[in-house]
Design a protein around this ligand. Structure first.
Ligand code: SAH
Ligand code: MG
Length: 215
């Protein structure tokens, strides 16, 4: 696959952004997005958070003359709620008393100069998937980490991946000591379907190409 790397200013914007995507995995995501961008179809992400990974998809989409679509209800995953391991109190809307990552996300994209290349969809992944009917060049699953959410993301979005397009899954940990197992189970499910062939592994980031029917 292509090993495209982002321009220094894009990499700097990515590194400065709040979020959960390490640099090595971000570079693999970027290379996948450039590869998939050749299909000329939108690149879709589930799990925007503050836009860190969105920067990479947006820049690849810009280069390919398409758009990045990013889906999130912006209320945070289970592990990001108050009292949990990944909670950031700076991301709570004091009026509502709940997480709201949308304002930070918008600043991230504005700062990176990428607003025009992104469609931000605020909503729950399965509800958005139900109304989304057009084909996608890439689906990046980085949303909720329960089996319910991870399977919902796979079932909702994987069927939309065009032939030759890519399915990218984050937080795949074969060893339970390293992290939750739901993304790993979805990764195995995708391979077991026969519709995908793995093309790269970078830490917990897996890139699969759609090579057949029957997702
Ligand atoms: N890609 C981000 C990290 C995403 S964190 C980065 O690079 O930093 C996971 C995000 O998924 C959270 O913002 C959470 O609100 C969102 N999320 C979890 N379950 C969801 C669902 N069912 N629908 C939409 N968004 C969801
Ligand atoms: Mg993740």
């Amino acid at each position: 696959m292509a090993t495209a790397t982002p321009e220094p200013e894009i990499l700097a914007a990515f590194e400065a952004a709040t979020g959960f995507m390490p640099v090595a995995e971000g570079l693999a995501l970027y290379a996948a997005a450039v590869d998939a961008g050749a299909l000329g179809l939108p690149l879709l992400e589930v799990g925007t958070y503050c836009g860190r990974s969105t920067i990479l998809l947006a820049d690849a989409a810009r280069g390919a003359g398409t758009v990045a679509v990013t889906v999130d209800h912006h209320r945070g995953s289970e592990e990001q709620q108050p009292g949990w391991e990944y909670h950031d109190p700076a991301l709570v809307d004091p009026e509502v008393g709940r997480m709201d990552t949308l304002p930070t996300f918008r600043r991230t994209l504005h700062r990176a100069g990428l607003e025009e290349h992104v469609l931000a969809v605020v909503g729950r992944s399965p509800q958005v998937a139900r109304v989304w009917t057009s084909p996608l060049g890439l689906v990046f699953i980085d949303g909720g980490h329960t089996d319910e959410h991870a399977n919902g993301d796979y079932e909702g979005w994987a069927p939309r991946i065009a032939d030759g397009g890519l399915l990218v899954i984050h937080d795949v940990f074969p060893d339970p000591a390293d992290g939750g197992q739901a993304p790993y189970r979805v990764h195995r499910r995708a391979l077991a379907s026969g519709a995908f062939t793995e093309i790269s592994v970078t830490d917990s980031l897996r890139v699969l190409r759609r090579t057949g029917p029957g997702v």
